[in-house]
Design a protein around this ligand. Structure first.
Ligand SMILES: NC(=O)c1ccc[n+]([C@@H]2O[C@H](COP(=O)([O-])OP(=O)(O)OC[C@H]3O[C@@H](n4cnc5c(N)ncnc54)[C@H](OP(=O)(O)O)[C@@H]3O)[C@@H](O)[C@H]2O)c1
Length: 221
């Protein structure tokens, strides 16, 4: 059994990752700002008070983990603020870059010493971060920040290969969470995470650096 660290673990897809991983017997380190009653009910180790855009909070997390080995690091936390051309808000653009692109890279760097050979780093991106797939425009901050995350993932895959660490960029599908307003058109977090875990389990150094839909489809950049 392996140790998984999951960010954004208090709700949505992150909470469901914790649930399914714990149910199959893996060790879960749930990282969040504020724990939810649902997360607390799981009985997993919770590291709360971690705003991922705060260098001090991330340093505090690393200190508390005290060198613990992490086999799979899942960067799941993210924000979606729909800024179009008419209501372009540069603060919102910056915020989305901070949370969606910079924070996962900075946390990976901070935890590098705790990732053994054979570890996996998972970046939760979005199909909205595919340039080739963009046929509807808009959502500048979200789209741009997820493209940046994809590029960070690709570089990480190259830089971490000599250490035996594989990296995946994963899109969960349209999922019924707070981020999507619990869209009726979305799939359940349970279904999304079942697919995501299948992709994570199958990830190897040979497939490292690729962009996958949870359903197994390879997505274009
Ligand atoms: N749902 C979808 O259809 C969909 C589609 C494509 C990609 N994704 C991606 O999948 C991931 C999970 O999405 P979701 O649907 O589960 O979203 P969600 O329900 O809105 O949850 C987002 C999580 O991110 C955390 N978070 C946001 N900003 C943070 C910060 N500064 N520091 C620490 N934690 C922070 C939130 O914590 P708080 O509760 O403290 O705010 C929450 O736990 C995201 O990366 C998202 O972009 C989702």
């Amino acid at each position: 059994m392996a140790t998984y660290l999951i960010t954004g673990a208090n709700r949505g897809i992150g909470l469901e990752y914790c649930r399914q991983l714990q149910a199959r017997g893996d060790t879960v380190l749930a990282v969040c700002r504020t724990p939810s009653p649902e997360l607390e009910a799981l009985g997993v180790r919770i590291e709360a008070g971690v705003d991922l855009t705060s260098e001090a909070a991330v340093a505090g997390l690393v200190e508390r983990l005290d060198g613990l080995t992490i086999d799979v690091l899942i960067h799941n936390a993210g924000i979606l603020e729909r800024t179009g051309l008419e209501d372009l808000d540069t603060e919102s653009l910056r915020r989305q870059f901070e949370v969606n692109a910079i924070a996962p890279l900075a946390l990976t760097r901070a935890l590098l010493g705790q990732l053994p050979a054979g570890a996996r780093v998972i970046l939760m991106t979005s199909r909205m971060g595919s340039i080739a797939d963009n046929s509807s425009g808009g959502s500048y901050g979200y789209r741009m920040s997820k493209v940046a995350l994809c590029m960070a993932g690709r570089s990480l895959a190259i830089d971490l290969a000599p250490r035996g660490i594989a990296v995946a960029l994963l899109h969960p599908g349209l999922v019924r969470t707070r981020m999507t307003g619990f869209s009726e058109r979305g799939i359940s977090p349970q279904e999304a995470v079942a697919g995501l875990l299948a992709r994570i389990d199958a990830l190897s150094l040979e497939t490292s650096g690729s962009f996958w839909h949870a359903n197994g489809q390879l997505l274009p950049w």
